[in-house]
Design a protein around this ligand. Structure first.
Ligand code: FAD
Length: 461
């Protein structure tokens, strides 16, 4: 027997769930949201936000060094990891409180409990055993780090969750993975002074990104002293005293103070009781949904990482908002997952939108490629060995810009703005017609006149 009735029950108070709850409540719905850990979800508590704070911390090392070329003398700077972690935690507490007060302001009832399905319209709160009956249910349970096959010593491995809470900065760390989380943490630890080895089973890091970006970033990471080992996996981890010996598939061994895996994340679908209510799981492991985030059970919806579409915070938020507009605001809204700009907060940073060159060649008849690599102006006086990279891909027939790939300072900021132009359908001629802002790195984007190459589909292809 359900003890309460609501219009909407949201499982998971992360990016997607909180937005959906708030917007549905603003339309007058009675909303309850359950969270088993902390309000804010992955992004706020153990993802984007704490990570970016660590990224800022890690970049000061370069700033101190670079200052010398501009006439500053800085005494040997000293870094204190516990101060960083304590300050970061204080900021996360503040953000969590802000999320809670938003829910309160919109009269969304928050329950601190795990929630699972009792039946298609009823959710059970495992903390109290109470049941809540809901007209609609939104699954916004996110994803969780995946550790891969069981190998000896796997119990010693940490994920990004624990990496954000270490008691001390590891002197040496082995990170397995080649995606953006592995790469970002490799750069964070290297910037803070750790000796970092990145181990990735594929042929190059950042699978799915443009090949030139992958190559450029890998070289930059190596220049910064990070050992990038591709084509191998970690096969075992031995604890020997205070250190861990990591065994790789090429029979080499690396001693380290910490071993972290960032090899992927799995949608949180386990134990929710989805099978008994008939919610279908897609073959990619996420909940199967249509363009309105509706599952195979019409009154149950799912948004964010649990659907394994585009696993990014702004996408989860947009999906949550669109769900609430559709179901409670009488405004059926689809989320456009095309041309999502994104960044990798590596050092240097990566910002991308649209097609990679390989994808453009698959989809278009003619692809014009513009690219440039240059020394950032600041590096001239600092003497830092680093280069920026920019690539613009243009549909050779319509002239439309179909992809932009940037590696360099503030690439995340740049791609957000360039993303507006790309989303609006900007052509290369539009970029050319835009006056440069001088002296900036971004001016390269509007002054690239020379094509690096034109690719044409051959008749047989
Ligand atoms: P989440 O934010 O994960 O929220 C799900 C919530 O549901 C969690 O709080 C969980 O505790 C709760 N929950 C799960 N099951 C239950 C249950 N049965 N009952 C009650 N509660 C439950 N994205 C970016 O856009 N930019 C970045 O820079 C970025 N960096 C990242 C860095 C890291 C290290 C990680 C791990 C992720 C990063 N992401 C980034 C991805 C981003 O965090 C996610 O895409 C986003 O948080 C997904 O939101 P969500 O609402 O789907 O799920």
């Amino acid at each position: 027997m359900a003890e309460r009735d609501v219009d909407l029950f949201v499982i998971g108070a992360g990016s997607g769930g909180v937005r959906a709850a708030r917007i549905a409540a603003s339309y007058g719905a009675r909303v309850m949201i359950a969270e088993e850990f902390r309000v804010g979800g992955t992004c706020v508590i153990r993802g984007c936000v704490p990570k970016k704070l660590l990224v800022y911390a890690s970049r000061f090392a370069d700033d101190f060094e670079d200052a010398a070329g501009f006439g500053w003398s800085v005494e040997k700077p000293v870094f204190h990891w516990p101060t960083l972690i304590a300050n970061k935690d204080r900021e996360i507490d503040r953000l969590e409180a802000a999320y809670k007060s938003t829910l309160e302001r919109f009269k969304v009832e928050l329950v601190k409990s795990r929630a699972i399905f009792e039946d298609g319209h009823t959710v059970r709160l495992t903390a109290s055993g109470a049941c809540v009956r809901a007209r609609n249910i939104l699954i916004a349970t996110g994803a969780w780090p995946h550790y891969g096959p069981k190998i000896p010593g796997l119990e010693h491995v940490i994920s990004s969750n624990e990496a954000l809470h270490l008691e001390e900065l590891p002197r040496r760390i082995v990170i397995q993975g080649g995606g953006y989380i592995a790469v970002e943490f490799a750069c964070i630890f290297a910037g803070l002074g750790s000796k970092v080895t990145l181990v990735y089973r594929g042929e190059n890091i950042l699978r799915g990104f443009d090949d030139d970006v992958r190559e450029h970033l890998r070289n930059e990471m190596r220049t910064r002293g990070i050992t990038v080992t591709c084509g191998h996996t970690v096969t075992a981890i031995d604890k020997q005293g205070d250190e861990f010996v990591t065994h790789l598939s090429d029979q080499t061994q690396i001693a380290a103070d910490k071993v972290m895996f960032a090899i992927g994340r799995r949608p949180n679908v386990m134990g929710l009781g989805l099978d008994k209510i008939g919610v279908k799981i897609h073959e990619h492991g996420g909940i199967e949904v249509d363009a309105y985030s509706q599952t195979s059970v019409p009154h149950i919806y799912a948004v964010g990482d649990v659907t394994n579409r585009v696993n990014l915070t702004p996408v989860a938020i947009r999906e949550g908002h669109a769900f609430a507009d559709t179901v409670f605001g009488n405004k059926p809204t689809r989320v456009d997952h095309a041309d999502v700009p994104t960044a990798v907060f590596s050092e240097p940073e990566v910002g991308v939108i649209g097609l990679t060159e390989a994808q453009a060649r698959e989809q278009l008849e003619v692809v014009d490629v513009y690219k440039t690599s240059f020394r950032p102006m600041k590096a001239t006086l600092s003497g830092r060995q680093t280069r920026s990279f920019m690539k613009i891909l243009v549909d050779g027939i319509s002239g439309r810009v179909v992809g932009c790939h940037l590696v360099g300072p503030d690439a995340g900021e740049l791609i957000q703005l360039l993303g507006v132009a790309v989303k609006m359908g900007a052509t290369k001629a539009d970029l050319d017609a835009t006056m440069a802002v001088h002296p900036t790195a971004a001016e390269e984007l509007v002054t690239m006149r020379e094509k690096a190459m034109t690719w044409r589909r051959q008749a047989a292809e």
